[in-house]
Design a protein around this ligand. Sequence first.
Ligand SMILES: *Cc1c(COP(=O)(O)O)cnc(C)c1O
Length: 237
Amino acid sequence: MSNDALRARYASVLERVAEAVAAAGRRPEEVRLVAVSKLHPAGDVAEVAAAGQVDFGENYVQEALEKRSLLQAQGLCGDVRWHMIGHVQSRKAGQVAGAFALIHTLDSVKLADALERHMPAGSVQPVLLEINVGDEPQKAGIPAAEASALAAHVQAHCPHLSLEGLMCLPPVFDAGEAARPYFARLRRLRDALREECGLPLPHLSMGMSGDFAAAIAEGATIVRIGTDIFGPRPPKK
Ligand SMILES: *Cc1c(COP(=O)(O)O)cnc(C)c1O
C-alpha cells in the first residue's frame, strides 16, 4: 500500500474511534488505540508511527522482535510502545518478559511462572488475562470461571507481574453489534474480579476492526485494530 493510502486509512480509523468514544459518552483519553501490525512490513509501522501512532500490537514473538530491532537499527520508532497480543508459549517467556509495554495474553499459571522467572530484578511487566469469553473449546484464553484463580496466583506468586485487566476475542468475527454481549460479559467479569482481588484492573482490551464501536460502548480501554489501518494481511509464512 502507498504511504498516502496508509495515512488516509489511519486517519479514518482515528476518526471512527473518536466517533465511537463520543457516541458512548466517554472521554478520548479513556480509549487507547493499538495498531495491530502483525504480518505487515516494518516500513508500514514506521509510516503509521510517523503519523503519530504510539502503540503497536504484534502476535508472533519472533516477528515482533525482528521488526522492532529492524526499526531500531534505522533509528525509527524509538517512542513506540509494543504490545504482545498473540498466544505466548511458556518456552518463549524469556524473550517476552520485560520486552513489551503490555502482554495482553496471560492465559496460564505456567506462563505466569515462566514470565516471573525471567523478569529482570527491579522491573515490572504489565499483563492482562486473556479470557475465552465465548467458552469455545478450541479458543485461546482461560474460561471466565478460572480468572479469579489465575489472578490470585499472580498476586501471590508473581511480584514482577502487574495485573492490569482483561482481554478477549469474541467468538463472532467482524460482527459489529453481535459481539457486544461478549464485551459486556468481559466488563462484568472485570468488575467482579476487581471486587474480589482488590486490584484496580483498569484495562479492558477488546474490539478489532469489525467490532470496535461495540467494544467502546461496553467500556473498552484498549482497541486492537489491524485490517482497517494496514489493509488485508499477507498470509503467514
Ligand atoms: C489480528 C488481531 C487483531 C486485529 O484484527 P483486525 O480484524 O485486523 O483489526 C486484534 N486482536 C488480536 C488478538 C489479533 O490477533
